[in-house]
Design a protein around this ligand. Structure first.
Ligand SMILES: C=C1C[C@]23C[C@H]1CC[C@H]2[C@@]12CCC[C@@](C)(C(=O)O1)[C@H]2[C@@H]3C(=O)O
Ligand SMILES: O=C(O)CCC(=O)C(=O)O
Ligand SMILES: [Fe+2]
Length: 339
């Protein structure tokens, strides 16, 4: 059974890793994280979807989507190819790395010292580059990626159009056209968090993926049935997101926060490693073309000043790659109101 071999591989990874988990940042905040019914659920097939989406983006910057239209078959195919990839020996996986910027990465996230109990594939959504994905059957992996990505991109556009409709702004493709653009700088990521048996023994927490906001416009996340994802509320407390393998979780990204002049919030989130089960998640990050100006839409300003300085997505990207995961990246671009 592929699942069994995955757990075995994870265990091996733990045993073989000389430094074990000592070098990672343990976090002791588990007391403030609880499962809660607070995650809004949006049924894309219902007429009130657009209003629920706007409310969720204003309050949390996060919601769950059901009846999303991505066939379970496409999801399972990609999941199974990804699991095959991650169950290969480390030396084989390394052939697809390092992620500069695309490819296989392990433990290290970005280039500024962030680490987590995670291994991942970071890919461009642009066809040609996904060819760097290796593995035993790269053709099958690529094919599954292509089918999944086109379906998820369609959902991203549908959600972005519902946002514009819910905000009552014209044309309804103001946001979605950026992700639909041929030059769109969208990214795809598959994260694998091996089970970390040491945690189960010690009863401690270990960071899988440190807290951050996603810089793009919108992120669409699907994971297996393993918990770990948490989001931060306005008051700074963390809530655990109950896993749901058949739904998608949507994050507002920094760029959408700027385009709505702060009305929508980009949500801080993180992943904790699990002591018993491995987690596999796949995330589509819908981004604008590099040359696109990221600025509040005039129709959302209503005579108010922009909260942000003007910048292009290229400029923002340059700045994020010099940042640490937990940094407040939008801080540099906030306009201090002249009084
Ligand atoms: C420390 C990091 C790692 C970054 C860049 C920088 C700050 C934000 C991280 C992310 C988070 C969202 C996906 C990603 C692909 C992105 O666009 O921003 C990540 C990227 C990476 O994993 O390389
Ligand atoms: O793997 C996950 O569940 C979330 C990871 C994440 O937030 C990211 O890759 O930006
Ligand atoms: Fe993220």
């Amino acid at each position: 059974m592929p699942h069994q071999s995955l757990e075995q591989a994870a265990r091996k990874m733990v045993l073989l890793s000389k430094a074990t988990t000592e070098q990672y940042s343990y976090i002791k905040t588990c007391m403030s994280t609880t499962f809660s019914p607070q995650i809004p659920i949006v049924d894309l097939s219902k007429p009130d979807a657009k209003n629920l989406i706007v409310k969720a983006c204003e309050e949390l910057g996060f919601f769950k989507v059901i009846n999303h239209g991505v066939p379970m078959e496409a999801i399972s195919q990609l999941e199974s190819e990804a699991l095959k990839f991650f169950s290969m020996p480390h030396i084989e996986k390394e052939k697809a790395g390092p992620p500069n910027p695309f490819g296989y990465g392990s433990k290290s996230i970005g280039h500024n010292g962030d680490v987590g109990w995670v291994e991942y594939l970071l890919l461009t959504t642009n066809q040609e580059h996904t060819f760097s994905v290796c593995g035993q059957n790269p053709e099958k992996f690529r094919c599954a990626l292509k089918i999944y990505m086109s379906s998820v991109k369609r959902m991203a556009c549908e959600i972005l159009e519902l946002m514009a409709e819910g905000l009552k702004i014209q044309p309804k493709n103001v946001f979605s056209k950026l992700v639909m653009d041929k030059q769109s700088d969208s990214v795809f990521r598959v994260n694998h968090y091996p089970a970390c048996p040491e945690l189960a023994v010690k009863g401690e927490n270990l960071i899988g993926f440190g807290e951050h906001t996603d810089p793009q416009i919108i992120s669409l996340l699907r994971s297996n049935n393993t918990s770990g994802l948490q989001i931060s509320l306005r008051d700074g407390s963390w809530i655990a997101v109950p896993p749901d393998h058949s739904s998608f979780f949507i994050n507002v990204g920094d760029s959408l926060q700027v385009m709505t002049n702060g009305r929508f919030r980009s949500v801080r989130h993180r992943v904790l490693a699990n002591g018993f089960k491995s987690r596999l998640s796949m995330i589509y990050f819908g981004g604008p073309p590099l040359s696109e100006k990221i600025a509040p839409l005039p129709s959302l300003m209503k005579g108010k000043e922009s909260l942000y300085k003007e910048f292009t997505w290229f400029e923002y990207k340059k700045s994020i790659y010099g940042s640490r995961l937990a940094d407040n990246r939008l801080g540099h671009f906030e306009r201090i109101a002249a009084s």
